[in-house]
Ligand binder design. Sequence first.
Ligand code: SF4
Ligand code: SF4
Length: 343
Amino acid sequence: MSLLNLSESIDSLKLYMGSAGVNPKTTTLTVCLLGGELTTLSITYLRQVKELLKQGFTEFRDIEIGIQTNLIMTTAKLDDVYRLFNGNIGTSIDNFSDARKFKGSSERYRDIFNQNVEHIKKGYGDTLGGCYVVSTGSMKYVASEVSLAEEREHPLKLIVGRQSAIGEEVFSQRQLNKLTNLYVSLLEGWFMRSSVALEPFLYMLNRKLSLLGGELDPFESCNMTNKCHAQGVCMEPNGDFYFCQELADLKKMKLGNLLTGELDSMPIDVSKFREASITIGCSSCLHFNACKGGCMAYALDAGALPSAKDPYCSLHYAVYSKIDEMLDTYEKAEIIKWKKTLK
Ligand code: SF4
Ligand code: SF4
């Protein structure tokens, strides 16, 4: 996207935010530049993008700008990117499968990736957080990726992939049960023992802790909300925008285009309808206040209506139930103390 188009998109986005009731003075804005191809852009361009974002959103209480990309770049470029984004770099990891390749070779991809992870560790004493997409095909490597993250002491986020978007079959009930057992056993191994943040367990734990009151703020974030219309937006290079990256990947519920100024209120109405219907659909669930019916994108990906609850309901239910059990075993203060030690 050209800098001129970005500037125009920021203006349209601010109009949209105003109409959605966002109060800039009380809002911290988080901006994440996303995509493997970002590493091919010049550092000058990335610097100008960052400057435009800062200038465009000056009325906000604060703005945090980061980047999520692969680490396939020279160490000199990595240094520039690291400094430009104050270390706010996230990446996706794949230490065991052949899904990611550089010049046709997964070995080469891993070599450059690991060399750059090591470079950041040596140069800045920092460990980059990674996310791992869990699918029917990649499920077998989850435990190994978690062990490696523990060993290398970097945060890890497990994300169940939108199966149709990544060209795989939706989990069968048998596979989902297997994944649920795996998640529960990983949670047991992580809680009060690990030294690294492991998502989605940490934010699920935070949700439960926040419901107990005290010093933790109530916490609202994807992929578990019944207020998709109030979470944020994801903008594509052509100006198309959606509530989130998940919906952008699926090309569902497009809000409009920030370059042409086109806006469709239908997704907002649908999301508000979902908020009301999920409250009824999940009303008897013990975990509703934490889970909020899960994620609309997963429902859409599985071919369900946007108002349907998350098709991974049984997985969320099992994890939240285990968290409740664990919260009964430890004092809240002890848990908070442990959380503060996580990398
Ligand atoms: S665990 Fe299932 S029933 Fe409970 S709130 Fe989440 S999606 Fe709804
Ligand atoms: S579709 Fe899912 S990820 Fe997107 S805003 Fe809604 S809950 Fe969050």
